[in-house]
Design a protein around this ligand. Sequence first.
Ligand SMILES: NC(=O)c1ccc[n+]([C@@H]2O[C@H](COP(=O)([O-])OP(=O)(O)OC[C@H]3O[C@@H](n4cnc5c(N)ncnc54)[C@H](O)[C@@H]3O)[C@@H](O)[C@H]2O)c1
Length: 331
Amino acid sequence: MAREAILLTRQDIAANIDITAAVPAIEEALGAFEKGEDYLPPKAILEIPVGEPGTAYAACISGYTKTTNLMSMKIGHERTHNQARGLPTTEAWVMVFEPETGELLMICDGTLPTMLRTAAAAAVGAGQLARDDAHTLAVIGAGQLGRQCLRAVNTVRRFETIYLHDAVAEFAEAVAGDLAAELAVPIEVADAETAACNADVIVTATNSREPIIMSDWVRPGTHLSCMGTDLADKIECEMALLPRCRLFADKVEHALLRGEVSQAVAAGILDENCYLGSLGQVINGDLAGRSSNDDITVFDGVGIGIQDTTIGKTIYDQAQAKELGIRLAFS
Ligand SMILES: NC(=O)c1ccc[n+]([C@@H]2O[C@H](COP(=O)([O-])OP(=O)(O)OC[C@H]3O[C@@H](n4cnc5c(N)ncnc54)[C@H](O)[C@@H]3O)[C@@H](O)[C@H]2O)c1
């Protein structure tokens, strides 16, 4: 008899799923991925012909991991114009499957899990590559992703000050107000230059199509986790910054196409060998991350399907154990 599938909403996940283990789970997944036993097909990016060109995309992302013994498939919609409608600009759904039988195990909201797994990857990048004595964090972007990055990245170093910047200062003020007590670190709303100039760790989490972080603002020794740029027309760092950096990606082939370096590669400022390798190789000890306290390091995380499978496993296991959601026998 076919298994019942669980249907789980964003509210179910927010209220009931403990995601404190997301950072170590994503770190383990990125390392395990380098062993070559997982399956990661290329992302399909669809541009949907609604609204202005460049404002409506759907990304179809899949992945199987040996560690979870699960396969996931996600459709992640991006609608830039949703901000003006008071709706999330990212709207995603995840399906989780039993890989041997193909049975559907869960359909759940994918928006919150996407932010959680991406923030966890930003944190893993900072944990692996930032200086041990890093004590100031700048988060650029106070949207859904920026909010979760504050939470996750704050777990990997003892930050004394956090700077938060958003093009809309009210968004940053609201997030700072919500999270200051939870994080127990002062969050200062700042302009981009103040935030970047004072930071040991910079996380970018915007959907900007213009550079926000100028090369001159970034001090030797800084680490950047660049998470917002996941399409070739997005960019958050001035191109001149990138040749100064030791560059790492989640998956080099994907990041070259649509990560933070993609426009610099297209412009001939960097070549296709610009990445030293993947963060997973650093995690496994197969590649040196930071080589000195003066290096500027970059983790360019465009997002890969094994992250969704990994967070999907966390959610599915807890939903089973806590009997959450609606059960449906589809077949
Ligand atoms: N790498 C990944 O795996 C991954 C995963 C999820 C989302 N993303 C990307 O992260 C980005 C943010 O996603 P989100 O859901 O948080 O979006 P969001 O709309 O909730 O937040 C984006 C924020 O960026 C701010 N912003 C835009 N341009 C800016 C600029 N030039 N300077 C300062 N702030 C600016 C906006 O005001 C907004 O508050 C998107 O590009 C999304 O596609 C990447």
